[in-house]
Design a protein around this ligand. Sequence first.
Ligand SMILES: O=C[C@H](O)[C@H](O)[C@H](O)COP(=O)(O)O
Length: 227
Amino acid sequence: MDQNKLKQLVGREAVKYVEDGMTIGLGSGTTVKYMVDTLGEKNKKEHLNLMCVTTSKKTAKQATNLGLTVKELDQVDEINLTIDGADEVDHDFNGIKGGGAALLWEKIVAKNSNRNIWIVDENKMVNHLGKFPLPVEVIPFGSKHLFRELQKMSLNPRFRTNVASALVKTDSGNYIIDLNIGNITDPIKLAEDLKGLTGVVEHGLFIHIVDEVIVGTNDGVRIVNKK
Ligand SMILES: O=C[C@H](O)[C@H](O)[C@H](O)COP(=O)(O)O
């Protein structure tokens, strides 16, 4: 099955978890885009009473255009369920996120959600994290110095740039440095090390955050629950 079809499949499946009256966290990325489209349709058809909190300005715009009610995180008491994409997921249910530079808001929303579901295609299920470069969101001030520190740690950093070769800015106005590490043998230790660096706002390692993963395969959808 073509990758977009898989993204659509898992997006549709995830929307089945949305119930009337819920406050829903909407992730970011190309897979989530399909999910939000389906949620918009469901909302219109079933006249649901939903509130949505988004993890990026892009998702907020899409959701608003579809007629979904979008609130700021601080305007809601709790988020019942967040549905997001991921770049890699390992067997311990740890993941890498931030391929679309939305990792900071995504992590804040996820940590404030009662339940987190990720929607991915099966190529993203891996034995070890790290083939996908690990995104790190950093404060622009002094970021070249931080970059050198990451080099000294042998983490193969690279500033993320856009098609015009300009530095990518996140929705919070920060830069992204991608770490090309290869196999991450100890994600928990790496997460701690990165958080210990002054200037690092957040990293894309999502440790023990997701509860359930909806995996799109050529044979249909597979649901993987945390053990
Ligand atoms: O910053 C972006 C997010 O973490 C995305 O959820 C992640 O990169 C997956 O995106 P996609 O569904 O486009 O592969």
